[in-house]
Ligand binder design. Sequence first.
Ligand SMILES: C[S@@+](CC[C@H](N)C(=O)[O-])C[C@H]1O[C@@H](n2cnc3c(N)ncnc32)[C@H](O)[C@@H]1O
Length: 242
Amino acid sequence: MRPIYTGTIKTTPPEADGRLNAPAAARNLEPILAVLTDYMPQAGHAVEIASGTGQHCAAFAAAFPNVQWQPTDVVPERLASIDAWAEAARARNGASNMAPAIPLNVEQPEWPLAAGSINVVILVNLLHLISDTAAEAVFLGVSRLLAPGGRFFVYGPFLREGKFASESDASFHASLRQQDQDIGYKDADDVANIAARYDLAVLERRNMPANNLMFAFKKLSTHISHMRFSLAVPRGVIIFPY
Ligand SMILES: C[S@@+](CC[C@H](N)C(=O)[O-])C[C@H]1O[C@@H](n2cnc3c(N)ncnc32)[C@H](O)[C@@H]1O
């Protein structure tokens, strides 16, 4: 398994109860909730990949109380913070629709959730921190998890037609590449094309604050996504223009 990158944005020190707080996650919450509101089902099961501090998942669970939320991450300290956010919500208003966090590395061969059992998956600010191969594994894994008609939301920074949206995006990408040649920004069109290969159709690609984008995908009902051969596609087939 490859190294894990948690992102360059610092979390503030934990609260006494273990909750980490990321200022960036607080800033992008409202615009993300606005997109979710337009496409979320009334009820069902949702999974967040790479939940980070857990503050987003706690806010999603509060905003969509009839949806059961399953947060995940790979870093033990983050898993503990996620659970602390769930516990704080329970103590505040008795909310019980956020399950204990489970470890999930998008690159692990089997994901610890039943195929076809999930209605919503959300992924915020991870694709630029992982390799092209891992990004492909995300779409395979999500496609396997989602029931037909399920939704997949992806938020983050992207290239548009091979170009950076700003100088600061270009230097952020360069700093990621300096850490690891295999990670960095993905092109929005390439991401939509990968999604299509896994039966995920774009419902909307929305411009978000600070040059970010958010995709809302819908899972179509075919069988291709449940086959494992997709991961065996040679790396060179996925060509990102940088
Ligand atoms: C930039 S943070 C974003 C966290 C959260 N989604 C947010 O927006 O605040 C990236 C997160 O991805 C997690 N992560 C990194 N590599 C991962 C992998 N291969 N599989 C799953 N999660 C991963 C890190 O532990 C970290 O919590």
